[in-house]
Design a protein around this ligand. Structure first.
Ligand code: NAD
Length: 252
């Protein structure tokens, strides 16, 4: 990785799997001190062990991003450990099964919105409060190509990712003069545990792959590279952007 994150303190929600884990590995390889936060404590410990085994610096924080006091505790733990917070990456997210709107259920809506929208809001709020105190920082939220396009059967997920785009852009404008840059990354379909659990039959995988002009799924490290650029000083004039990493999908 070209960007140098030496001594930068990076907090990643959903850091124990998929895109969050790829970001954790990439920032640690770039010299960052990485807090891996996730609801799954066992998976958190595994990622921390792997980072440390490669000579990186990491701590694990067990946190449910839908719980405001847990999120406050997460940011506090990072600041108690390393004294500051330079980068927040908000990747915790879930999907619900493909369902047309007429057949959707209230419980699924509440669960999805709680993690994908409230979780991003709470995490961002905690990160911004700390960044205001220390005089700056950078946040990257995990949005989606489905912050720009729609997908039949995914109304809740699409709504949640449009909301992430709205939260990102509004907050970016609010804090543009406070030294805090806030952006979102919009991945296409990426081969992560989430994707592999949600989509199993070869025909559907081929159809989803075909949505991308590159005619392949993305790799988690391809998203992590774009997140690192957004988080880095190289992106110093970039805030409120929705950067795609989608093999050209949203260009179609
Ligand atoms: N994989 C894709 O194709 C894709 C595409 C676009 C956007 N995204 C988004 O990227 C993000 C990461 O997805 P992924 O594919 O890496 O999924 P993943 O399931 O591999 O990882 C998500 C992580 O979030 C954690 N998590 C879930 N609920 C949580 C909660 N309440 N509190 C804290 N952590 C919680 C999970 O434990 C898991 O470790 C999500 O926001 C997803 O919507 C994924």
């Amino acid at each position: 990785m070209t960007e140098n994150f030496n001594d930068k303190v990076v907090l990643i929600t959903g850091g124990a799997s998929g895109l969050g884990e790829a970001c954790a590995q990439a920032f640690a390889a770039g010299g960052g001190r990485v807090a891996v936060a996730d609801v799954s404590s066992e998976a958190v410990a595994g990622v921390v062990d792997r980072i440390e085994a490669q000579g990186g610096q990491a701590i694990g924080v067990t946190c449910d991003v839908t719980d405001s006091s847990a999120v406050e505790g997460m940011v506090k733990r990072v600041v108690d450990t390393w004294g500051r917070l330079d980068v927040g990456v908000n990747s915790a997210g879930i999907v619900t099964p493909i369902t047309p709107v007429a057949e959707t259920e209230e419980g699924d809506f509440d669960r999805l919105m709680a993690v994908n929208v409230k979780g991003v809001w709470l995490s961002m709020r905690g990160q911004i409060r700390q960044m205001l105190e220390q005089g700056g920082g950078s946040i990257v939220n995990m949005a989606s190509a489905l912050s720009i396009r729609v997908h039949p059967g995914s109304a809740f997920y699409v709504a949640s990712k449009f909301a992430v785009a709205g939260l990102t852009r509004t907050a970016a404008v609010e804090y543009a003069q406070s030294g805090i840059r806030i952006n979102a990354i919009c991945p296409g379909n990426i081969k992560t545990p989430m994707f592999e659990k949600a989509v199993t039959d070869p025909e559907t995988i081929a159809a989803l792959q075909g949505l991308h002009p590159m005619n392949r799924l993305g790799k988690p490290e391809e998203v992590a590279a774009a997140v690192m650029w957004l988080a880095s000083d190289a992106a110093s004039f970039t805030t409120g952007s929705l950067l795609t990493a989608d093999g050209g999908w949203t260009a179609t």
